[in-house]
Design a protein around this ligand. Structure first.
Ligand code: ADP
Ligand code: ZN
Ligand code: ZN
Length: 725
């Protein structure tokens, strides 16, 4: 009997498929890509059928049966399965773990429920006549509902917040014929499309000419140069051809503003927005609309690169340099690189956009692998912000703020404009320090210090989440005089509140925006001009367009200038360019002040000149000398254990298993830069090669040996093209 073996991907850390008997489940090759339920050990597991075979290496009596097949939905398409395979081969990661991680979480369980379809309640003409006049005057909550509905359709969640028994009231009003359900707001205003500038025009023409085949583009233009406008035109072209467009954005780039801008441009198009903050059912529903080809625009963060898209015609990666495209844990993949792979596989164009492209992409453009398209100026005609340095060796700092910075903030506020103070460190202060014995509060589980959170009266580790109370005296010498050193967002907020008691200050960092919806509320506040002084981390640096914001002050950027991580300067440059891009976007000129103790550093010269190309040239030269990426390819094997020696010893034995491949350099195992994290000692082993193919060949032989090697005391993983040291 042919095809009696089903080969199934399971969420198990082994780099293989698992064989099961297919007969009773009546599985055939046409079922490849379907979900199946199988016994695994003593439990039941959800898997994905990836292959059918006639024979198995397992003895037949040991094979178990597939229990059930999900035929309620179509199988995953072949190209998505091929993407899983590519990922497994390139990142040398178990295919089952990739495949199941790429599915919406709801599908990782056998049973799931789709939420009821979302709709909004809208007043009917009868409802308009009756409400609120037919309500008793005392019915405050119901009157509130009626008032909200009179302003336009609203969903149940929003109305539920206005009235405790909203569900009952709404049902009654529906029954009376006062309300109807609408699936979208009718009569959206017609979209406004600006006349393209010549450079936008030619960028669009270049890319549009290649629709229908693979081509890769790097769209390079400063913040405000009109990249998004180009994306929107391209999406328009793709939609006109009946295609789906996939737009990938970084985690924090997916602002309501961006989503609204896309929605406003395409009022008649179904858009699936996919991000990690969605409820399970919601995500599944949106994923499904994309997979069925109903959602023509898919706007998502990195995991969206795996979405089935039957009519895919265009891929856009906005802020392609952003680190959040690189997954930080589990499968370590670059969504940007996968997007390029997928574009080639599906024979569609891919557009990578950035004001500060990654040096990898810049190098690819120089080598002719990506076509470089440049937007040289701000699209609105606004001038570039004027950048200046404040030398902190000369200027005295008051809680991290220099006099010129304070003056500039004061001037800005008194003109009725908004100012942003950027500091990429949340909490009150990064160090709690004893002046008598130099003790600093350490994290007991990490090689790092605890951050002081004064508001919450806690010390917190930003690496592992450890928390403790603030000690009353120094635990080492008993000295009661322990002090906060350095600045975090909370301390800067306090200092600014002292200096500018009349300002309306908001603090935008992860602590202040943890509550659901608070970040959206904060953005609305800034837009409405209710807040005029903003303190923020990189959270605020991306994708926002606050027209009245004319001053940006960046504090304390110096740490990255002398980092051991060879990418630190690249990241700092991108980050400063990005915050600088917040200043003066509309008709008012912007100003950016950067406080530094190293004003002579070459990075600042390029930054002040707004010259990314010169910065990239210099960086690439030094990367070339150091044989660093993109002039070489790297992989790092990381191991962690309770004792550093165990991690090092395991890496040493792993090193002994490395097959000889000429051209690949294999380093000695060393302790990780941050040796201890969350209670584990960490070590790593680097490999590097000028040729990607050589490194890949080595990994193909080596990684199976690693899986075969016992690893009792250690946890390990391989990171291919690591984004961090
Ligand atoms: P980016 O994505 O590069 O930051 P945007 O596309 O958001 O740039 O454009 C910046 C601002 O300029 C936006 O307010 C946008 O509406 C406006 N804009 C873009 N292109 C044009 C154009 N051709 N004419 C007038 N305004 C434009
Ligand atoms: Zn002390
Ligand atoms: Zn810690």
């Amino acid at each position: 009997m042919p095809h009696k073996i089903a080969r199934i991907a399971l969420d198990v850390p082994l780099p293989k498929l698992f064989d099961y008997l297919a007969v009773e489940a009546d599985l055939g090759p046409a079922d490849i890509g379907r979900r199946v339920k199988v016994p695994f050990g003593r439990r039941l597991a959800v898997g994905l059928l990836l292959e059918m075979a006639d024979t198995s290496d397992c003895p037949p009596q040991k094979l178990r049966r597939v229990i059930e097949t999900d035929r309620t939905r179509p199988p995953l398409p072949a190209d998505v399965l091929a993407l899983f395979r590519f990922c497994a081969n390139y990142y040398h990661y178990p295919i089952g773990q990739i495949a199941l991680a790429a599915l919406p979480t709801a599908l990782r369980r056998w049973q799931f429920q789709l939420p009821p379809p979302r709709f909004r309640h809208a007043l009917t003409p009868a409802g308009r006549r009756m409400l609120p006049d037919s309500l008793p005057v005392r019915a405050v909550a119901r009157r509130r509902l009626a008032a909200r509905l009179a302003a336009g359709p609203a969903d149940s969640a929003e109305l539920g917040a206005l009235c405790s028994n909203a569900a009952t009231v709404l049902r009654q009003w529906h029954e009376k014929g006062w309300l109807e359900s609408v699936h979208r707001d009718k009569a959206a205003p017609p979209p406004v499309r600006p006349q393209l500038l010549p450079e936008q025009q030619s960028a669009c023409a270049c890319i549009t000419a290649r629709l229908g085949g693979f081509a890769s583009f790097l769209l390079f233009g400063i913040t405000g140069s009109g990249k998004t406008e180009v994306y929107l035109r391209l999406v328009d072209e793709a939609l006109a051809r009946g295609h789906q467009a996939l737009i990938l954005v970084p985690e924090i780039g997916l602002t309501p503003q961006f989503t609204q801008r896309v929605a406003a441009r395409f009022p008649d198009t179904l858009i699936s927005v996919l991000h990690s903050g969605l409820a399970e059912g919601e995500r599944l529903q949106r994923w499904q609309l994309a997979a069925e080809g109903k959602a023509h625009i898919v706007l998502g963060t990195r995991l969206a690169v795996f979405t089935p898209l039957p009519e895919l015609g265009l891929i856009i990666v906005d802020e392609e340099h952003d680190a959040s495209f690189s997954q930080q844990e589990g499968l370590l993949y670059s969504a940007r690189d996968l997007a390029v792979f997928r574009a080639r596989q599906r024979n569609v164009p891919v557009v990578l956009g950035s004001a500060t492209p990654s040096l990898e992409s810049w190098h690819n453009a120089e080598a002719g692998r990506y076509a470089l398209l440049t937007l040289p100026a701000r699209a609105t005609g606004a001038q570039l912000p004027e950048l200046g340095l404040i030398d902190t060796r000369i200027e005295k700092l008051d809680e991290g703020l220099s006099r010129p910075a304070l003056k500039a903030i004061g001037d800005t506020l008194s003109r009725g404009e908004q100012a942003l103070v950027f500091i990429n460190r949340r909490g009150y202060a990064p160090v709690l320090h004893c002046s008598a014995c130099a003790w600093v509060a350490p994290c007991p589980r990490c090689s790092s210090r605890l951050t002081l959170h004064l508001r919450e009266q806690r010390l917190r580790c930003h690496h592992c989440g450890h928390e403790e109370r603030i000690p009353a005296h120094c635990p080492a010498c008993g000295n009661p005089d322990i002090r906060a050193l350095g600045q975090g967002t909370q301390r800067v907020e306090d200092a600014l509140a002292r200096h500018f008691p009349d300002a309306n200050i908001v603090r935008a960092d992860r602590d202040a925006t943890r509550r659901k919806g608070s970040w959206e509320a904060m953005q609305a506040q800034i837009h409405a001009g209710e807040a005029n002084l903003i303190i923020g981390t990189q959270l605020i640096a991306k994708g926002h367009d606050f027209p009245n914001l004319t001053l940006v002050v960046a504090l304390d950027a110096d740490g990255a200038l002398f980092s051991l991580d060879f990418r630190a300067e690249e990241r700092l440059f991108a980050q400063l360019m990005q915050v600088a891009g917040r200043a003066g976007r509309a008709d008012k000129p912007g100003r950016v002040l950067i406080q530094t103790g190293f004003p002579q550093h070459p990075l600042f010269a390029h930054l002040l000149a707004h010259d990314f190309a010169a910065f990239a040239k210099e960086q690439l030269e030094s990367r070339k000398k150091g044989e660093l990426p993109p002039f070489s390819r790297q992989a790092v094997l990381r191991a962690e254990a309770a004792k550093l020696d165990d991690a090092l010893a395991w890496l040493q034995s792993a090193r002994a298993l490395v097959p000889a491949v000429p051209g690949v350099e294999i380093f000695e195992p060393v302790a990780a830069p941050m040796q201890k994290k969350a209670g584990f000692e960490r070590a790593q082993l680097w490999l590097q090669s000028p040729a990607r193919a050589d490194l890949q060949q080595l990994l193909r032989e080596w990684v199976p040996r690693l899986h075969a090697q016992s690893a009792r005391k250690v946890r390990w993983h391989l990171d291919v093209d690591p984004a961090e040291n």
